[in-house]
Design a protein around this ligand. Structure first.
Ligand SMILES: *Cc1c(COP(=O)(O)O)cnc(C)c1O
Length: 408
């Protein structure tokens, strides 16, 4: 275990002022939740907004609402390389997970492979995903779907505040959601936001939301406690403490359809105060770090974005594919010994999740699988210094160093 300066892989600190806003929100009734909802509706220009306890709860609610509308359909099409929360929500909603392999030059769907999959008359919805905040091509997907019964659900869990060609992510499709979990672009410890302009869907969502319980008092107290702990321990000088405690399972992604679903608490709504300013600040810092990394590290997944957009992508973590699994492990080891905040993203493609393998009957998703074996992410958040970046790039760019030569 490392003792000493250690970067977290991602960080969107909540801060003490927001903690205070959270506490006062608990005593001011509905007003803070209404404020957050109204601000979101105005900022994103959508008529309906729903606040829940997590991104996966948001997705589950959307899926349940769609299922009510189209009871004869049960397939949800997602990228084969994504967060395990996504299949967790699909299973929770009683629907079937369908996969499409990811493209070589983005984390988006491989559109050629997607085409035949869109033809199924059981298809309920497709979930384009802005993985790490890198925009998926929602417009192209819209152009490919001619069945009016198929809904596009935009997974902007990692992309709150991001943009694509001047348009805000999260509102490009029929309905979209954000996560406010730890390690996302903006955090209230946990939380989820649904945005839609579809009145009929909103009516269904409203009903679904009413059925969710509130946080119990103990739950709110836990959130309060967690906020305090995060405010202290997310700092690089102290992050080695939580990182060294395996039972905290920091950064581990798990498949678990039995997660709790609740309405967002007043405390969380209070924590969100000044979210626009915070999102903009976090983004500015990340983009500065990303701008420095892009010319030094040739990331093929970013190429398409850089060609199409005259801007720096707003990533919450910077993805780098290693030449093979062994080099990935070596790099992770060395980087972790130095506390550099390097992490893997997802340990397997979705078809590799043990509980789900029977759903895919041995089908292969080669690019998604390759990424799960080789991808690491570099931190780009506000605690990352110039020196950290220099070290990271140095470690990455000497694959034939003496150190590694000896192991062969
Ligand atoms: C985090 C995440 C989710 C789920 O959000 P939670 O708030 O963690 O439930 C969904 N999709 C993607 C791509 C995510 O990264």
């Amino acid at each position: 275990m490392r003792i000493g300066r250690t970067l977290p892989p991602a960080a969107a600190p909540i801060g003490w002022k927001s903690l205070f806003s959270g506490i006062s929100a608990v005593f001011s009734g509905e007003s803070e939740r209404n404020r957050f909802e109204d601000e979101l509706k105005e900022y994103f220009g959508k008529s309906h907004c729903f606040l829940v306890s997590s991104g996966k709860a948001a997705l589950t609610l959307i899926l349940r609402a769609l299922k009510e509308q189209h009871p004869e359909r049960d397939e949800v099409l997602i990228p084969a390389y994504t967060c395990y929360s996504v299949p967790s929500a699909i299973v929770r909603a009683g629907l079937k997970v369908k996969l499409c392999d990811t493209a070589a030059d983005s984390f988006d769907f491989d559109f050629e492979k997607l085409e035949p999959l869109l033809k199924s008359n059981k298809l309920l919805c497709v979930v384009p995903t802005h993985l790490f905040g890198l925009p998926a091509d929602v417009k192209r997907l819209q152009g490919m779907i001619d069945d009016p019964e198929v809904t596009i659900v935009e997974d902007a869990a990692q992309a709150m505040g991001g943009e694509w060609q001047g348009e805000k992510l999260g509102i490009l499709a029929d309905v979209g959601f954000f996560s406010l979990g730890r390690g996302k672009a903006f955090s209230t410890v946990e939380g989820g936001i649904i945005l839609t302009g579809d009145n009929r869907l909103a009516e269904q969502l409203e009903k679904q939301l009413e059925d969710l319980p509130d946080y119990p008092l103990l739950g709110v107290f836990k959130l309060f406690f967690y906020t305090v702990v995060l405010n202290v321990l997310l700092h690089p000088m102290l992050f080695w403490i939580p990182k060294g405690l395996p039972f905290l399972k920091l950064g581990e992604t798990v498949f678990d359809p039995d997660f709790e679903m609740k309405k967002m608490s007043l405390f969380q709504a209070g924590l969100s105060k000044n979210w626009v300013e915070k999102i903009q600040l976090f983004r500015r810092v990340r983009q500065k770090n990303i701008r420095e990394l892009i010319p030094l590290l040739d990331v093929k997944e970013l190429k398409q974005f850089l060609e199409q957009c005259n801007s720096i992508p707003d990533l919450i973590r910077f993805p780098v594919e290693m030449p093979d699994e062994r080099e990935k492990e070596e790099f992770l080891d060395i980087a972790n010994q130095r506390g550099l905040g390097v992490a893997i993203a997802y340990p397997s493609a979705i078809n590799g999740i043990v509980e789900l393998t029977s759903m895919f009957m041995g089908e292969k998703y080669p690019l998604a699988e390759k990424r799960s074996e080789r991808l690491v992410t570099l931190p780009v958040h506000l605690f990352v210094t110039n020196q950290d970046q220099v070290l990271l790039v140095e470690l990455l760019s000497k694959p034939n160093s003496v150190e590694k030569g000896e192991c062969q």
